[in-house]
Design a protein around this ligand. Structure first.
Ligand code: E4P
Length: 225
């Protein structure tokens, strides 16, 4: 079954989403982290403790492979459930490859993926996750969901099993619907979209009608203790 991750760095949103019992992981990025007021490392620790037992992607800010590797090692020392998010590119691939070696095996999520070739390279380098950004592709007139569909097909045809596809940059519930049908392993969803996913106008009308039918005819009957 497709997993739902929350795409957020906000502690209240995380706590609320966890209480619904529907999320299996979390992704952050520097833009999301920059909107919060807590110091970076304290925030990472608080997020990871709330998300206890679930993977939390935290992105490096470095741009060279050596620095990314150093930063990744530091990040994973902050909490045991951290997956290091590494931007796609030559330095990113080198870092993922090195972090995946030997006993160290730090899990990496290759982010900012916009093509099948980038996804393929990330998988070859040893990424545990690859994140195609579908909303940003739609923004420039491409078809983000089509990329996810192609990735799912390629990964299954080529038996690429060590890398999971996280459909990211999700803008509305229809995106979640389509990537789930396409076979993405995970959809990472902003809290606003997660809330939208619970709603349907017919559900609201249905609840209202049930309650008013009951109130109009059997109002006096007590059913709760
Ligand atoms: C995913 O890991 C990213 O944090 C996120 O989905 C980016 O989404 P955006 O394009 O809305 O910034």
């Amino acid at each position: 079954m497709v997993q739902i991750f929350l795409d957020s760095a906000n502690l209240q949103e995380i706590e609320e989403a966890l209480s619904w019992g529907v999320i299996s992981g979390l992704t952050t990025n520097p833009s999301l982290m920059s909107r919060e007021s807590e110091p970076f490392e304290l925030l990472v620790k608080k997020i990871c403790s709330l998300m206890d037992g679930y993977p939390v992607s935290v992105e490096v800010l470095s741009t060279s492979a050596d620095e990314m590797v150093r930063e990744a090692r530091h990040l994973v020392s902050l909490a045991s459930n951290i997956t290091v998010k590494i931007p796609m590119g030559i330095d990113g691939l080198k870092a993922v490859y090195r972090l995946n070696q030997g006993k160290e095996k730090i899990l990496c999520n290759v982010t900012l993926v916009f093509s099948l070739n980038q996804a393929l390279l990330a998988a070859r380098a040893g990424a545990a996750y690859v994140s195609p950004f579908i909303g940003r592709l739609d923004d420039i007139g491409w078809d983000g969901v089509a990329l996810v569909r192609e990735m799912v097909e390629l990964f299954s045809r080529q038996r690429i099993v060590g890398t999971r596809i996280i459909a990211a940059s999700i803008r509305h519930p229809r995106h979640v619907h389509e990537v789930a049908v396409a076979g993405a392993h995970i959809a990472t969803v902003p809290f606003s979209v997660l809330k939208q996913m619970t709603r349907h106008p017919l559900t609201d009308i249905g609840v209202e009608r049930f309650l008013s039918d009951w109130a109009n005819t059997r109002r006096e009957e007590k059913i709760a203790p």
